[in-house]
Design a protein. Structure first.
Length: 127
């Protein structure tokens, strides 16, 4: 579950490393889970990729929550619950398209039947 002020890792190659959640978009709940959209502010950039940085420190972007540490029910696989080791996101532009060109790490199978199914093709695997 992602609250306001939560620090998250970035799972694409847009150039940022660490971001902070500002707001949960279009949700009446106080927390976000996998598949929700959030507003983020960039806090830290990747130092060794200064040439290919597509975002700037302090800028505000939309993002999609990919992985959470909290166990969540998953209807697409036989195991009832699944969790990851980190909270991570994908950074999106104003038209809700990916800024980066690759997705690092695995993605949950729950994204298979959503409008973000293109992310599965760019990722390294499914869980």
């Amino acid at each position: 579950m992602i609250h306001k002020g939560t620090y998250l890792n970035v799972s694409d190659n847009c150039g940022s490393k660490l971001v902070r959640c500002i707001e949960i978009v279009k949700s009446k709940q106080k927390f976000g889970s996998r598949g929700d959209k959030i507003l983020i502010a960039v806090r830290k950039l990747r130092a060794h990729k200064r040439i290919s940085i597509r975002v700037k420190k302090g800028d505000v972007y939309n993002a999609l929550i990919l992985r959470t540490k909290i166990f969540q029910s998953n209807n697409f696989i036989d195991i009832g619950l699944s969790a990851f080791l980190e909270n991570s996101i994908l950074i999106l532009n104003k038209q809700f398209k990916l800024i980066g060109s690759r997705v690092l790490g695995p993605i949950s199978k729950q994204f298979r039947k959503t409008k973000y199914s293109r992310n599965i093709l760019l990722s390294s695997g499914l869980v």
